[in-house]
Design a protein around this ligand. Structure first.
Ligand code: 4SX
Ligand code: FE2
Length: 345
């Protein structure tokens, strides 16, 4: 098998939004992302520690969708490696010239075997890095893009595809019958660049930005409350079991899900052990055992195919949300652990 392209990390995503002004309010006014460039039908945004041109593009369109997930590769030569790799997989891939996406150099684009529109790029315009521009940063400043999370009907197949691309597996959710419900995979030295969630797919589950501290996440909650825009809060804030990160999920005006995430752990050693969670462990998705709202399992953004139309989806063989009474609460592990509310001995 040909060597896969040397991926550094999740680089940027492009979302189609139906009301760019509403999206600008959410991403710039509320989340505080930095505007690198603005066009009548597009916004190029970055977080405060980022120096590449953008980590998020919002493009005006007719229906909400994911236009592209982009991974940064280690050097320009890795674009050749990507072309060779996908040729061998039998997946059509094509080069696009520098500037096809504003601020991004030459790139290779393809519809990956899981059905997602993916780009590999190396070169990108540099912009000022505002790490210590505290005079510019709001109290909820986002530091950098952290990861993508995608919904796929066959997590095992998707897991194999990403392992083939050279990703490490930090954590999984499994059951005793060998069903794989979710997996977290990385190239950079954190818990993930991409997570796989079982469900009707291909769809985009969320894009996550990291903050430096959890106080910054809590401030986003307070801000939305003060603005009476608390409807944008979908899940959390809380502590993940998987990844140990502190989190908050928001829905943008088009329903795209954005996670704010902080304080996961280092995975850079070559023998970093995979953490395997039992699907019946109620702490896996909320370390504090909170139930996951049904929308979090059910809803996700359509992804565009090579023809520019939404990809058809197919269902998973087994649903995580259906495996436990009440999705996540009241799992069997409570009694297995000898705990019953009101009957403690
Ligand atoms: O819900 S999980 O605790 O499994 C989880 C979801 C962990 C890390 C993530 O980034 C995430 O989106
Ligand atoms: Fe996430």
């Amino acid at each position: 098998m040909t060597t896969p392209p040397d991926v550094i990390r999740a680089g940027y995503a492009e979302l189609v939004v139906t009301d760019l002004a509403a999206a600008r309010w959410f991403y710039v006014d509320v989340l505080g992302l930095v505007v690198t460039a603005e066009e009548p039908d597009a916004l190029y945004l970055r977080a405060f520690e980022e120096y590449l041109h953008h980590s998020l593009v919002l493009r005006q369109g007719d229906a909400p969708a994911l236009n592209r997930l982009a991974y940064r590769v280690r050097g320009p030569g890795e674009l050749d490696a990507a072309e060779r790799y996908y040729a061998e997989l039998g997946v059509p891939a094509h080069r696009v010239p520098a500037g096809t996406t504003r601020g991004i150099g030459e790139a290779v684009r393809l519809q990956d075997p899981l059905g997602f529109p993916v780009e590999y790029f190396h070169d990108a315009e540099h912009t000022p890095r505002f790490t210590q521009r505290y005079d510019l940063q709001p109290a909820n400043a986002l530091a950098r893009l952290d990861h993508f999370n995608v919904v796929v009907p066959d997590v095992r197949a998707a897991h194999a595809y990403y392992v083939g691309l050279g990703f490490g597996v930090s954590e999984t959710i499994e059951d005793a019958d060998d069903n794989l419900y979710a997996a977290w995979l990385y190239r950079k030295q954190t818990v993930h660049d991409i997570a796989l969630t079982s469900g009707d797919g291909p769809r985009l589950h969320h894009i996550a930005f990291a903050t430096r501290e959890r106080a910054q996440i809590l401030h986003t909650c307070d801000l939305l409350g003060s603005l009476h825009r608390e409807q944008h809060i979908e899940r959390g804030p809380g502590r993940h079991g998987v990844s140990n990160a502190f989190y908050l999920y928001l829905r943008d005006p088009d329903g795209h899900r954005i996670e704010i995430y902080t304080s996961d752990y280092y995975t850079g050693d070559p023998d970093n052990p995979t953490v395997r969670w039992d699907v019946l462990d109620n702490r896996r998705r909320s370390f504090w055992g909170h139930q996951v709202v049904p929308s979090w399992y059910a809803e996700a953004s359509p992804v565009l195919g090579a023809d520019g139309l939404p990809m058809p989806t197919s269902p998973p063989p087994i649903r995580e949300a259906g495996t436990i009474i009440g999705a996540d609460g009241f799992g069997v592990t409570d009694e297995a652990n000898g705990f019953k509310l009101g009957h403690q001995s």
